[in-house]
Design a protein around this ligand. Structure first.
Ligand SMILES: C[S@@+](CC[C@H](N)C(=O)[O-])C[C@H]1O[C@@H](n2cnc3c(N)ncnc32)[C@H](O)[C@@H]1O
Length: 256
């Protein structure tokens, strides 16, 4: 099996974990990248949760995910009180889950850490993205990223989909504490966006155009998407990537 490229965020979590065993591992908002990483760890067993049937299919066809007899992928929603009732895990990963909740149980973000709390026997690691769409940027690269984010979310809304809603680290820390966790570590990781991000986001816009309420609106959005793509690629080449905003990693433990 070829080894996946592990992100610096996952590597940082490995550093925080040190010699502690991973034990029973819960991936509370699963996806291909987190499971490819978890597959490289020495766990007793892992359970991966997603609310999206499409994600289950993606995981099953992705490759580089080593699934043993004791490992599970479960389709379920944390808003359902019965999900994993009575089960606790030594390590719980909350990887970009909070931002995605808007798509599956909107306006429920304030409940998620209370809901996860009984399932965390040892350590919780959370990865999140500082919100950038609602804030103006100072740099040229930042302005491009913000413009892409706004265009993408506008396309999703016009097609009748719900965009992700990211939350800042200080919101997450406050809500973890309210849910009975104590903080172990917080670290920000600046992001440098690449061509793959630019094209991925803009292509996502294009795929939504057939569901726009009118053809003229779709046609002018298509032109705007391609204008922005050209501009973004120019800046990308000049600046060797588009530095803007940050991801964060938070480690926390339940207070007993
Ligand atoms: C952005 S993806 C996570 C990325 C993933 N960890 C990776 O490495 O690719 C968000 C995940 O959280 C799940 N999710 C969002 N809201 C949920 C909810 N209310 N209950 C269960 N899963 C949820 C989504 O279905 C998806 O699997």
């Amino acid at each position: 099996m070829t080894k996946p490229v592990v992100s610096s965020l996952f590597r940082y979590i490995e550093t925080l974990q040190g010699d502690q065993p991973w034990g029973r591992f819960l991936d509370a908002g699963t996806g291909v990248k987190s499971l490819q990483w978890i597959s490289t760890l020495t766990t007793d067993a892992w359970t991966a949760i997603t609310a999206a049937p499409g994600m289950v299919r993606d995981i099953r066809t992705a490759g580089r995910i080593d699934m043993r007899r004791q490992d599970r992928i479960l389709l379920g929603n944390w808003a359902d009180e019965g999900l994993l009732a009575g089960e606790a895990f030594d390590t719980v990963l909350v990887d970009y889950l909070v931002g995605a909740i808007e798509g599956f149980s909107p306006y429920w973000q304030d409940r998620v850490f209370h809901r996860l709390r009984p399932h965390v026997a040892g350590r919780l690691y959370l990865i999140g993205l500082e919100p950038y769409v609602p804030f103006d940027a100072e740099t040229e690269a930042g302005k491009v990223i913000v413009e892409i984010g706004r265009l993408r979310d506008a396309c999703l809304l016009l097609a009748g989909d719900r965009p992700y809603r990211e939350f800042p680290a200080d919101w997450v820390i406050r809500h973890l504490q309210q849910a009975g966790f104590r903080l172990i570590d917080v670290r920000q990781f600046p992001i440098r966006y690449r061509e793959r991000f630019v094209d991925g986001q803009l292509d996502m816009c294009l795929r939504r155009l057939p569901r726009f309420p009118s053809e003229p609106l779709a046609a002018s959005m298509r032109a705007e998407v391609e204008r922005l793509r050209e501009h973004a690629h120019d800046v990308l080449q000049r600046e060797n990537g588009l530095p803007h905003g940050s991801d964060y990693v938070i480690a926390a433990e339940p207070i007993n």
